[in-house]
Design a protein around this ligand. Structure first.
Ligand SMILES: [Zn+2]
Length: 79
């Protein structure tokens, strides 16, 4: 669960294409907080589990994405 506080929005480069990616916030976020943190993806209460191969072992690992690439056509999500 991501907790958003004022001024906490930060971005990171997408590992796939290098475009700017935004953190994904889950749960109910008041509109005032969203306005203060525009560079955040607000996913609401829908938690989606996705899997990826473990970088070390290749085993599938499940988790909740924390980042979403903002480039249209990429939209890579990872954690
Ligand atoms: Zn990307």
């Amino acid at each position: 669960m991501t907790t958003i506080s004022k001024g906490s929005s930060r971005t990171t480069p997408c590992p796939r294409c290098g475009h700017e990616a935004w953190p994904i916030a889950y749960g109910m976020v008041p509109p005032s907080v969203q306005e203060e943190n525009p560079r955040v993806v607000y996913a609401g209460c829908v938690m989606s589990e996705e899997w990826r191969p473990d970088p070390a072992t290749g085993e599938p690992r499940y988790g909740t994405p924390e980042w979403e690439c903002q480039k249209s056509g990429c939209r890579h999500r990872w954690w």
